[in-house]
Write a protein that binds this ligand. Structure first.
Ligand code: 3HC
Length: 309
């Protein structure tokens, strides 16, 4: 039985592919692409909310936000480690990110204008991430699937803390309620874009579904997120900025308006509100951290030479 056919049989039987298993080059490169960009998203995603750590309205909110941003760093490290099991080099991946040769999620190129944005990011952005990441706990590549189990547990805390923050603000003054609605208006459509282009324009979905890297298509997960979010918005007392968002009994789902795909591709291609700022900040952090990497490498070399002597 040739290697490719055996590989397809293993994947079709829902068995896991492990680092030492034979795998098609395309499977390896697709995984490195997706896992690296997932990791980049986690690391860049620290910036929008990180801006509010020093300006949180209370010590409790500061502690929660600090924990959440630290979690995102940890998610990035898990995912870079998963990419390394495929032979990727972490320094090279970072270089690709800061030189614009690899992507990160479009959602992080929008500004966080008020503290209500922190709540809406937790509720909608982490909520969308959960919709997308729970199926990835069953992705065919073992290290990626296992990384997702802990990531999803922590994302659930992220979503709950965001929703609780918004419930508190909605119980506050009219000005606080208006801040929440304003943030919802700004983050709703970009959150729907997180799931990627429509299936018909997705260059990777078909192959990724065949290899069971993806377990659902972009549009399926987007629809799942919309259906999940509408009742939560009603409970919160906010509305989504989409007059076409209405329950369709026949489909058993919510219909919703057309996404602005020109905006999506503009942001993906680097022309979003904060792309330049996010990448420049990541590049600066990488340069500022060079001495730490050099010191760690010198220390490791010294320990190795002592061990050999
Ligand atoms: N932002 C930027 N680029 C995007 C994108 C988005 N929202 N959606 C799609 N793209 C890119 C794809 O990377 C691909 O470009 P590439 O071939 O150069 O990589 C192109 O647009 C076509 O899209 P496809 O649908 O064909 O690409 P995929 O099959 O890779 O699907 C995806 C895109 C659904 C994002 C998939 O890669 C995925 O599920 N990735 C894992 C999850 C992830 O990365 N989530 C990002 C957010 S992480 C997060 O939210 C952290 C949380 O803590 C808040």
């Amino acid at each position: 039985m040739d290697l490719e056919r055996e590989f397809d049989r293993v994947v079709a039987a829902d068995h896991r592919v492990e680092p030492r298993d034979w795998m098609p080059d395309g499977y390896r490169s697709t995984l490195i692409r997706q896992i690296a960009q997932h990791a980049h998203s986690e690391i860049i995603g620290m910036q929008p909310e990180g801006n509010w750590i020093s300006r949180a309205p209370s010590l409790r909110r500061k502690a929660i936000l600090l924990a959440k941003v630290q979690d995102e760093a940890g998610h990035g490290l898990y995912l870079y480690a998963a990419a390394e099991t495929l032979g990727a080099d972490r320094a090279e991946l970072t270089e690709k990110l800061i030189s614009g040769r690899q992507k990160y999620s479009s959602i992080f190129n929008y500004p966080t204008l008020t503290f209500a944005d922190v709540g809406v990011i937790g509720w909608l952005v982490d909520g969308a991430a959960i919709c997308n990441q729970v199926p990835l706990c069953r992705t065919s590549y073992g290290p990626y699937a296992r990384a997702m189990i802990r990531v999803c547990k922590e994302e659930s805390f992220h979503q709950r803390q965001g929703y609780e923050l918004l419930m508190t603000m909605m119980g506050g003054t009219k000005q606080q309620r208006d801040l929440v609605q304003d943030a919802v208006n700004r983050w709703w459509w970009p959150s729907l874009m997180m799931f990627g282009p429509p299936d018909a324009e997705s260059s990777n979905t078909e192959q990724s579904m065949h290899w069971r890297i993806k377990r659902h298509t972009n549009d399926e997960l987007r629809q799942r997120f919309v259906d999940m979010s509408v009742p939560q918005a009603v409970k919160l007392g906010v509305t989504f900025p989409d007059p076409k968002l209405v329950w369709n009994d026949e489909r058993g789902h919510y219909d919703f308006g057309e996404i602005d795909w020109a905006e999506f591709w503009r942001v993906v291609k680097g022309d979003g509100p904060c792309n330049a700022q996010r990448v420049a900040h990541r590049r600066q952090a990488h340069e500022d951290g060079a001495w730490v990497r050099e010191a760690a490498a010198a220390y490791a070399a010294k320990k190795n030479s002592e061990a050999v002597a």
